[in-house]
Every structure is written in C-alpha cells, then in structure tokens.
Unconditional design. Structure first.
Length: 224
C-alpha cells in the first residue's frame, strides 16, 4: 500500500512538472525576448513618450506597442512594394550594388530566410550516405545540392548531434530516406538505438525505385 502511494505521488509530481516546466520556460523566453526588443527600440519609445501624451502608469508599455506596430506596418508596406516589378528591380539593384558588399550580409540573409521559412532548412532532409563509397552507410542530413550533381551532407556524431563532419559526395552515394528529422536525431542521440525507421525507409525507397524501373520496362515510352 505504501509503495503504491509513493509511486502515485512520484508519477503525479513528474506529470505536473512535465506540464508546468515547459510553460514556465516559454514565459521566461517571451519575457527575455520582449526585454531584448524593448531595449533595442528604446530610443524610439523615448521619442514617442516625449511627443505623445500617454498615461504615466503605462506610458512605456504603450509606447513600446506603438513602436512595434509601426515597425510591423513598415515591414508590411516594404514587402508590398517589393512584390511589385518596380520594387523588385530597385531592391535587387540596391542589394547588388550596396548590401552584398557589406561584410556578413549574405550570412545574415541566409539565416533570416531559414528562420522565416523562405528557404528549406538544412536539416529538413534525412539520408543514409556511403562516405567510404562501399556498403557502410551513416546517418546524415542533406544541407545543400549543387549543379554538378554533388550533394553536401552533415554527418552528426552521437550522442551529441551538434558536432559532426561535412562531406561533399556524388549523389549516387547519397540515399534520402522518408524519415522525420526528429526520428533521425533521436537515433543519433541514442547512439544508433531505434534506427529501424532509417533502415526501413531506405528499403522502402529501394523497393519503390525497383517498382518504377519494372513499370518502365513493361511500358516503355513510345517514340512516336
């Protein structure tokens, strides 16, 4: 009876921590982000406070909301203009002549594009690759594809997936698998345990390729 009570209390407390802890972390993350943004736009909020009559108790919060709203509206108007043909011509001309010459601009642009979803994430495609060009296959993430058929992959080291090696391979040695990034990361973190989905994904791809080849042989395209 005592053991059941201890187990009940332990599982209940752990369940509560699992629910509450992510919420607390999310709240602190939003507070940190809001503080960071507020600090960055402080000169603008001071300008609003000094020129607009706001309630003393909430003047800073209202001024921050006004400045953020103006920034969002400005981004919308600029984005609307860039969607036009004239806007695209002017932006590309300014980018090529000025922005592209600024140190780090291209890196920042690539990072922003990936953050807002304008470009495919480097870790959105999982593959098993033959880095030694034999039957040995390792878990990798496709990070780039090149016009000459070369594929750039990142091979993480387990159990820490934030470190690894970068390889540039011919596409014949790269075998994409229909597996989520989460499943692949879980396999890397657990030092290969739970890799069944990766192997099965490669097997399914091979079967689909073979089926497509058989279908082509049975019904080849007509030349006429």
């Amino acid at each position: 009876m005592l053991g059941r009570t201890k187990n009940f209390l332990r599982t209940t407390i752990i369940g509560g921590v699992i629910v509450i802890l992510p919420t607390i972390i999310l709240v602190f993350a939003f507070r940190w982000l809001f503080g960071l943004v507020s600090k960055g736009i402080e000169p603008l909020t001071d300008l609003v406070i000094n020129n607009i009559d706001l309630p003393d108790r909430y003047n800073e919060a209202i001024a921050t909301a006004i400045v953020i709203s103006v920034i969002v509206l400005g981004c919308f108007l600029v984005g609307l203009f860039v969607r036009t043909r004239l806007g695209q011509i002017m932006f590309h001309g300014f980018e090529n002549s000025v922005l592209s010459k600024a140190p780090g601009y291209k890196v920042v642009k690539e990072t922003v594009n990936q953050f807002v979803g304008r470009k495919e994430s480097p870790f959105s495609s999982v593959a098993l690759v033959r880095i030694f060009q034999n039957d040995v296959k390792v878990t990798a993430f496709i990070t780039d594809r090149h016009d000459d058929g070369t594929v750039t992959v990142f091979v993480p080291t387990g159990p820490n997936p934030t470190t690894g090696f970068i390889y540039h391979l011919n596409k014949q040695y790269v075998h994409p698998v229909d597996v989520t990034v989460e499943d692949a990361m879980r396999s890397v973190i657990s030092c290969g345990a739970g890799s069944e989905k990766l192997i099965q994904g490669l097997k399914n791809n091979a079967e689909e390729t073979a089926t497509a080849a058989d279908r082509y042989l049975d019904h080849p395209p007509s030349n006429g």
